[in-house]
Design a protein around this ligand. Structure first.
Ligand SMILES: Nc1nc2c(ncn2[C@@H]2O[C@H](COP(=O)(O)OP(=O)(O)OP(=O)(O)O)[C@@H](O)[C@H]2O)c(=O)[nH]1
Ligand SMILES: [Mg+2]
Length: 432
């Protein structure tokens, strides 16, 4: 099964769910795990990802106006983006690009594709054939260069990659983009490392790119790490994304190996290359072509909720704000039904009814707290502090405990209000 199909099915199920609870999330995660694993995404990455989705989905609530399933979709989307790594934005300036990789990974094709890509965007480009092991490498790149309408340099029969590149740089010195194709091997052996190092020493590439075939899946990570250790790479091109079900595995493993995916090959034609765009990739997988729009909406709503000043007011419940809230309630007169009218969860009866009475008492108790204690209720829960506060305020320890318990009740209610945007609005209006 290809990664896209599995994900689309899992997401479709989630979108159809009438309620989204822990069970729904768990089921979705199971499907997600199955499809990621079948796309060759590394097992620990898969489990870390679904754990994060579960945590985020269950511990936070969608902001008003955002449907739970869109909210969850956004969480899944963000996690998948984090899994497959950042998009790449090519810079359009003079540069030398060294391509390397194992047999058949797509180096030669990519050399011509990249040269065309940059030339189509206004930069002059040329390619150098430094593959000294494959018999027809010279002809292959020469033909592709002609098709791409870019310059070509090579030395038929020469086995000296480093001297070829030196001459090639000279021959192509008026080109803004120079791309060097190198020999492939069945593995990264000492001879290949040596050859690549010699070429790099002369060529001094701005980008050293490892070309890998999407079909190798998670092995891409190990390959990126090994090449990076041996010859230092600045990024990766993943080819054959068009025909592989293991693209997700290759991208995630590359990202886990801390290598940037720069371009992806998406077909055999010379124009079939694009800068890596993880948003587009994930949108395609999820089968939501307008995922960008959906996600932007959800993200805006989340951002709005985060910068809401009412939110901050509620966040800062400490003994100072507790006192002023009690006072505000006192001014409202008969408080009994106010919270009910707002649609708030029930504020404990005695806090509401006796709020006014308690004000004086609480004022003196809070007055004997240190400013540290007023800021952080947690440290007050301590027998010697309670004793000291009671003594300082001329109140009993029981009364201090009473304050602490009322404070906790209000804090709990604030928590509920905070998580409900509509309620929060009404509440903050009422408190002003
Ligand atoms: N479908 C598809 N085919 C590709 C893509 N990139 C390369 N190919 C094909 O993969 C095959 C190998 O590509 P090459 O560019 O010759 O690979 P290479 O790494 O230079 O191979 P060696 O020089 O033998 O190591 C060719 O048939 C290409 O047409 C791609 O993005 N999509
Ligand atoms: Mg080649």
């Amino acid at each position: 099964m290809d990664l896209g199909e599995g994900l689309r099915q899992a997401l479709a199920k989630l979108q159809k769910a009438s309620i989204i609870d822990a069970k729904t999330i768990k089921e979705f995660n199971k499907d997600l795990q199955k499809s990621l694993l079948s796309a060759d995404v590394e097992v620990s990455l898969v489990f870390e990802l679904t754990k994060r989705i579960e945590d985020k989905a269950l511990k936070s609530k969608p902001p008003a106006g955002v449907a739970p399933r869109d909210y969850i979709t956004n969480i899944v989307y963000e996690e998948l983006i984090a899994l497959v790594g950042k998009s790449y934005e090519p810079k359009f300036g003079k540069k030398r690009i060294l391509l390397m990789g194992l047999y058949g990974s797509g180096k030669t094709t990519t050399a011509a594709k990249l040269a065309k890509y940059y030339q189509d965007r206004g930069l002059s480009a040329g390619v150098i054939c430094c593959d000294v092991s494959r018999p027809a490498a010279y002809e292959q790149l020469e033909t592709l260069a002609k098709q791409a309408n870019v310059s070509f340099f090579g030395k038929k029969g020469s086995k000296e990659a480093a001297s070829i590149v030196k001459e090639g740089m000279d021959a192509l010195k008026d080109k803004q983009i120079i791309i060097c194709d190198t020999s492939g091997r069945s593995g990264l052996d000492a001879a290949l490392i040596d050859e690549l190092k010699k070429v790099a020493a002369v060529f001094k590439p701005d980008d050293s790119i490892l070309v890998i075939n999407a079909d190798i899946g998670q092995v891409a990570g190990r390959q990126a790490t090994e090449f990076n250790k041996a010859v230092r790479i600045s990024g990766v091109v993943v080819t054959k994304m068009d025909g592989s079900g293991k693209g997700g595995g290759a991208l995630s493993a590359t990202n886990a190996a801390k290598a940037q995916v720069m371009f992806v090959g998406v077909g055999e034609k010379l124009s079939n290359i694009e800068p890596y765009n993880s948003e587009k990739f994930i949108g395609g997988l999820l089968g939501i072509p307008d995922i960008g729009g959906l996600v932007a909406n959800v993200q805006n709503a989340i951002k709005e909720a985060q910068i809401n000043p009412e939110d901050m007011e509620i966040e800062r419940l400490n003994f100072n704000t507790f006192y002023s809230q009690l006072k505000a309630m006192g001014k409202m007169g008969p408080l009994k039904n106010v919270f009910g009218m707002m649609g708030a969860p029930d504020m404990p009866k005695d806090v509401i009814e006796k709020g006014e009475e308690k004000l004086e008492k609480y004022k003196s108790i809070i007055g004997s707290m240190t400013s540290e204690e007023r800021d952080d209720d947690k440290i007050v829960h301590n027998p010697s502090r309670i004793k000291r506060i009671a003594k300082g305020s001329g109140r009993t320890e029981k009364e201090v405990h009473e304050l602490l318990s009322d404070f906790n009740k209000m804090k709990k209610m604030f928590g509920m209000v905070k998580n409900d945007r509509g309620l929060r609005k009404r509440f903050s209006k009422f408190m002003q």
